[in-house]
Ligand binder design. Structure first.
Ligand code: 6GU
Length: 354
């Protein structure tokens, strides 16, 4: 990942990127951070880049031309037009899905404003994304740019070691992390929860999930409201089985995969809740499957179909789901899951649609 940070305070960015995990990533070349000093593009012999606001009022406004030239100096070097992110309290508030989407880019331009802001006309001309890091006011966009660089870089291959891995993240599920413990087993009369010493990995996983939910309920009820239980259901060949497994893992730490080639599952009467997300991964669609008893409660559904599925049948299946009170969100051909990159993009697209 190559970051290009346009700022009046390049030292602030450079300093922060020298340290810790980001510093290591810059050193080993998995990320690069270029700073561009907007002042170097001043159209004025005194290197001034700000001026008084039209209409009066307090503070100064950054001029359009230096910002335009600074952005151009970066995009001229690149093969395709990069996303240009303007850091502002007026932007969309950053979340983990946005972070993962930005991480799919190869180049990102981060534009930091100062003073009262930047002339609106150059923003209209160059900015593709307006991003805020929270509902409070900062003196400039630099800290926002650093937050973006830090959170995005965690998803760039090679930035984190195995131990630091970003593969299973509770925030993806709109859940907080479960509590962590290390030695000693008893610290000032406080015992580590017994289950963690049991060696029973199934039980430990169940306990952690429960703790995540309890903790989110207590500390971030607003997040819990957005969380869904991910369940994938496949029918057909081994391909549908492995794609269902991969997609489920990309969407949720706690996802479940169900094999509807098993007659027992097809004979079950299924009822799904509003807070579940159902993924159908089908490379066969026959009467046996049409006859499965399923009802939803506005349950969101994505349908992924392989070559073996007749589009007319897929259409009929969608209508059936809608009439059984599912909420059909989107359909995808199986190709969108073929390689890791495409799969990741699809998972992010799905999360955005939820
Ligand atoms: Cl990204 N920039 C500035 N200047 N202020 C902010 C912000 C960003 N996010 C919240 N407040």
């Amino acid at each position: 990942m190559n970051y290009h940070v346009l700022t009046l305070f390049p030292d602030m960015i450079r300093q922060a990127c020298e340290t810790s995990i980001l510093g290591r990533a810059v050193k080993n070349g998995t990320i690069a951070v270029e700073t561009v000093n907007i002042r170097d593009f001043s159209a004025n012999k005194h290197n001034r880049v700000d001026d008084y606001p039209y209409g009066g009022g307090a503070g100064m406004v950054m001029e359009a031309e230096p910002v335009y030239r600074a952005v151009s100096s970066v995009s001229e070097k690149l093969e395709k037009k990069p996303r240009v992110i303007y850091l502002t309290p007026q932007g969309r508030v950053l979340n983990q899905t946005m972070v993962e989407e930005f991480a799919l880019e190869d180049e990102l331009v981060l534009l930091c404003g100062h003073y009262e802001g930047i002339d609106e006309r150059v923003l209209e001309e160059v900015v593709t994304d307006y991003v805020s890091i929270g509902d409070y006011v900062l003196t400039g966009g630099e800290l926002g740019a650093m937050v973006l660089i830090d959170s995005i870089s965690r998803f760039v291959p090679g930035v984190l070691s195995n131990e630091e891995s970003s593969q299973f993240e509770s925030l993806q599920d709109n859940l907080l992390e479960y509590p962590h413990y290390t030695r000693p087993e008893i610290w000032r009369d406080r015992q580590v929860p017994e289950v963690l010493l049991s060696g029973d990995h199934k039980k430990i996983e169940a306990w952690r999930k429960e703790q995540s939910i309890l903790r989110t309920k207590e500390r971030r009820p607003d997040l819990l409201e957005k969380s869904v239980r991910v369940r994938s259901l496949f029918y057909g060949t081994d391909l549908s089985a492995s794609l269902a497994a991969d997609l489920t893992e990309a969407l949720s730490r706690y996802g479940e995969v169900m094999d509807f080639n098993r007659k027992k599952l097809r004979k079950t009467r299924w009822s799904f809740e509003r807070r579940e997300l159902l993924l159908f991964v089908l490379d066969t669609l026959d009467e046996d499957f049409f006859n499965v008893s399923m009802k939803g409660h506005q349950t969101p559904v994505f349908l992924i179909t392989g070559e073996g599925v007749d589009p007319a049948d897929a259409e009929r299946f969608k209508e059936q789901l809608t009439s059984r009170r599912f909420r059909m969100l989107d359909t995808f051909p199986m190709e969108v899951l073929q390689d890791k990159e495409a799969l990741k993009r699809t998972a992010i697209e799905m999360r955005k649609q939820l």
